[in-house]
Structure formats: C-alpha cells, structure tokens
Design a protein around this ligand. Structure first.
Ligand SMILES: Nc1ncnc2c1ncn2[C@@H]1O[C@H](COP(=O)(O)OP(=O)(O)OP(=O)(O)O)[C@@H](O)[C@H]1O
Length: 250
C-alpha cells in the first residue's frame, strides 16, 4: 500500500462471557483505500467496528488514528475525530424528515465531526443539500424517514455520513437487500468518495460488491483474521471460500 495508514487497530480482542467475538485482530486502513471485512455470520466483523468506534471496549489491543491513540474515547468523540459509521439497523429518526435526519448529523453539537469546526447554519444547509444530491434524495427532502422505501433509507444513512465530511467511513452492510439498480448507485457513490480521498472499510456479504469496490479484503472467521489480501488473493482461496459459504449455509 502506497498511501499512509490513517487508522490502525492492533491486537484487538473482546469476549462476551466465554465467547471470543474478536481475537487478536490487527487491521490497518490506508488513505483512499477500500477495505472489505468479509467472513461468515458471527465472524466478529461488527464487533470489530464497535471496538474501533468506542461502542465497545476491547479486552486487549490498541486503536490509533494517524498514530495517536483513540482507545477509550466515547463514540461521539471518535466521530468528532472524523470516523463516521453506519449501522445495520440504520438508526434513523423515523418521524423526522429526510432533510432533518441529515441535518441532525451535522448540527453544531459535539457528537459528530465538523469539518472546519465553525461552519454556520448556511454552510450546514449546503452540506445537507450536497449529501442529498449525492444520494439522489433531494426530491424527498421533506419526506419522513418512516415513509421512505427500504433502498431510500439505506441512502439516507449514507447521506448522513457524507454530510459530516468525515474522511473515514466504516459501513456495516450498507448495500444489503438493495435491488441491482440501487446497488450500482451505491457502488458509484463509494467510488466517487474514494476518488476524493475518503478511506472506507465496509462489511459486506455480497461478493460482487466486494469485488467491485474493495482494494483489500480482510477475512474473519470465529473472531480471528484468517487472511488479508487483494480480492483476487482472498476470493481465489478455495479454503476461505469454503469457510465463507460452508458456515453461511449451516
Ligand atoms: N453485545 C454482545 N453480547 C454478547 N455476544 C455478542 C455481542 N455482540 C456480538 N456478540 C457475539 O460475538 C460474535 C461476533 O458477532 P458479530 O456481530 O461481531 O459478527 P459479524 O461477523 O458482524 O456477523 P454478521 O455477519 O452476522 O453481522 C457472535 O458470536 C455474536 O453472537
């Protein structure tokens, strides 16, 4: 990898009771690079995100952003440092409009990263409008989130991330359940962001999307990182593919 390491997680471990959800996992995210976390259900992918973003505390390990530890920071502090994330359950405000859902991600409260730190109301409106344009939601700005289609809610979740201007995106199954046309739009959106320098780590089960988007794949199984490499290396490894599909069919 030729670009600098932005985010580095080293030796992360976390157990729940006797269940080792994440065991000694090391992951480095390089600037502008798309890294996919792949692996069967229960492999530890979402837990790894939670350990990086401060939603869970690791039993062991380190997390550094540009060489400075962010371990122990609360999730909103991690977000303020420019690490935006999405959730499988999206966490939208159902009774609020599309516009307000996005605006709430960048209100001048200390819970999300503010590019420049001092953007005024007009600048925030512009950020919201740009994020809605980028995600194709501009015409739905006044619609309540609860009235959106499934695909539209997924793009609204992306719009909330885009509006923050955060340079690092951690996306948890952002394209799951999308129809082919929406999937293509999603792929284009991520490609545009990475072309502009955004660093992306995504959890994704759809191997077509992984192949299209990922520069690197980290493959997890039962809490351990079994392998990391290019999509060709990982998806061409018969043993890993057997683990992936074998476990998912159980
Ligand atoms: N808060 C929790 N309490 C107890 N066990 C948990 C908790 N969070 C995760 N686990 C367990 O940790 C393991 C890893 O779960 P995790 O959700 O990280 O896997 P995953 O790879 O993201 O799976 P999926 O692809 O199904 O989303 C699983 O065995 C899960 O049941």
């Amino acid at each position: 990898m030729n670009t600098p390491i932005l985010l580095s997680a080293r030796g992360l471990s976390r157990s729940f009771g006797g269940n080792s959800a994440v065991q000694d996992v090391t992951l480095e995210l390089h600037q502008g690079v798309v890294t996919a976390l792949a692996g069967p259900n229960g492999a530890g992918k979402t837990t790894l995100f939670n350990l990086i973003t401060g939603h869970l505390a690791p039993d062991r390990g380190a997390v550094e952003l540009k060489g400075a530890s962010i371990l122990g920071l609360k999730p909103h502090r991690v977000a303020l440092k420019g690490i935006a994330r999405s959730f499988q359950d999206l966490r939208l405000f159902g009774s609020m409009s599309v516009y307000d859902n996005v605006l709430s991600a960048i209100e001048p409260t200390p819970w999300l990263w503010q590019p420049g730190g001092s953007s005024g109301a007009a600048a925030r409106r512009l950020q919201v409008e740009r994020a809605l344009d980028a995600t194709g939601l501009a015409e739905l700005a006044g619609t309540r989130a609860i009235d959106l289609s499934y695909a539209e809610t997924k793009f609204l979740s992306m719009a909330r991330i885009i509006a923050t201007g955060a340079p690092i995106w951690l996306l948890d199954e952002p394209a799951s359940g999308l129809d082919p046309a929406s999937r293509s739009r999603f792929v284009k959106l991520v490609k545009e962001a990475t072309a502009a320098g955004v660093t992306v780590c995504l959890i994704e089960h759809n191997l077509d999307i992984v192949t299209e988007l990922a520069d690197r794949i980290a493959f997890l199984d039962q809490g351990r990182k079994l392998a990391e490499g290019t999509p060709d290396e990982i998806l061409g490894d018969a043993k890993l593919i057997a683990i992936y599909f074998g476990e998912r069919r159980e």
